[in-house]
Design a protein around this ligand. Structure first.
Ligand code: F0G
Length: 354
């Protein structure tokens, strides 16, 4: 029987993770995020699908990155490292900075100048990371981080660090534990392609362990002008309003293709306007506020459903990777501005149409 008190993903799933009793666990009690049935969205799409939303924005730094970061930072500490470093479109840097702070390690983050959202930047700064803005994009920042961490005693904590993938695979375990089965389809945004890699690894390991009988089809979605895997070529100047997945040369490209092919799934692209539409639908229909990149998976499901891709009553899980408050600017931009009235009762009531 597992301890009923939640103490984070390493504590809960240690038998599936490369840890020992000696590993110093650095945790903010990440994981155990809700899997929410999307009743209104299902109705809106014609009641053809059973859709569940895994709300990863409810992790301690408000994105799925915390699952991998608890592992990467714990192992870095175990190995005697004093500093961690990452390139980031924002969420990895927020998470790395928090977990480093938690154990008194130094953290350096390289971000593309002017291309990360305010919430994420504020997190890295507040947690005390050394924040370096690079005049370039994420892919260039990651190249620099690889080189620097090769040469100097700093641990790289991007998802090419295998411990990141180990931690993130716990999301698959949680889904299966709640549903008592694997979903038929697993929909997920794809940026640097670590998360699709991690989930696929998790599902396969759970099947191996006899916890589930079937595997889901992995369906990943890139943003249309940042879709290197879909286009089959590096995108030199990726663009999208979903800044979290504005990536032109994903580090786990091959692994994402393996997940797609082994599972008989697909990797497709969705336009910014499809992403915005799904982003607003999630908030309006379900009361779930995510950042734009997180809506890419849902936008993809909507697109494929219109094409008749899914057999009737398929069970679809969408990973909502990050919280909407990460990027409040975008939310305000796509919404109606507040109406301004004098501070008088009759004016407010008049406006409301009573
Ligand atoms: N959704 C969000 C909110 C993200 O922050 C990311 C990646 C992804 C999806 C894509 O996941 O890279 O594993 O395919 N963010 C990274 C970062 C790149 O630096 O925070 P992926």
């Amino acid at each position: 029987m597992n301890d009923p008190i939640w103490r984070g993903v390493i504590d809960r799933y240690k038998e599936y993770l490369p840890v020992t009793d000696k590993t110093p666990i650095v945790t903010l009690f990440e994981g155990n995020t809700p899997l929410i049935e999307a009743k209104n969205l299902m109705r809106e799409l014609g009641n053809n699908l059973r859709i569940y939303l895994k709300y990863e924005g409810l992790n301690p730094t408000s994105s799925f990155k915390d699952r991998g970061m608890t592992m990467a930072v714990s192992k870095a500490l175990e190995e005697g490292s004093r500093a961690v470093m990452c390139a980031s479109t924002g969420n990895t840097s927020a998470s790395a900075a928090a977990y480093a702070a938690r154990c008194g390690m130094q953290c350096v983050v390289l971000i593309p100048e002017g291309a990360i959202s305010l919430g994420k930047l504020s997190q890295a700064m507040m947690y005390g990371a050394r924040v370096v803005a690079v005049k370039g994009n994420f892919d260039q920042a990651l190249d620099l981080v690889r080189e620097i961490t090769d040469r100097y005693p700093i641990t790289l904590v991007n998802s090419i660090n295998p411990y990141r993938i180990e931690g993130q695979k716990t999301g698959a375990f949680e889904i299966c534990d709640v549903l008592s089965q694997a979903p038929d389809y697993h929909a997920i945004p794809v940026g640097n392609a670590g998360n699709i890699t991690a989930y696929w690894k998790g599902y396969k390991e759970y099947k191996q362990a006899g916890k589930i009988d079937t595997l889901p089809k992995m369906i990943g979605f890139q943003a249309a002008r940042s879709a290197p895997i879909v286009e089959g070529r590096v995108i030199e100047h990726p663009e999208t309003i979903a800044t979290a997945i504005r990536i032109g040369n994903p580090a786990s490209w091959k692994k994402a293709e393996e997940a797609r092919d082994e599972s008989d799934g697909l990797i497709d692209k969705v336009t910014d306007s499809e992403i915005i539409k799904a982003y607003k639908m999630l908030a309006h229909l379900e009361g779930i506020f995510v950042e734009p990149a997180s809506a890419a998976g849902v936008a993809g499901v909507i697109k494929l459903n219109k094409r008749g891709y899914f057999p009737k009553d398929s069970l679809v899980v969408c990973i909502l990777t990050g919280h909407g408050l990460k990027d409040p600017d975008r939310a305000v931009k796509v919404s109606e501005p507040p109406v301004v009235v004098p501070a008088r009762l009759e004016k407010v009531v008049e406006l409301l149409g009573y």
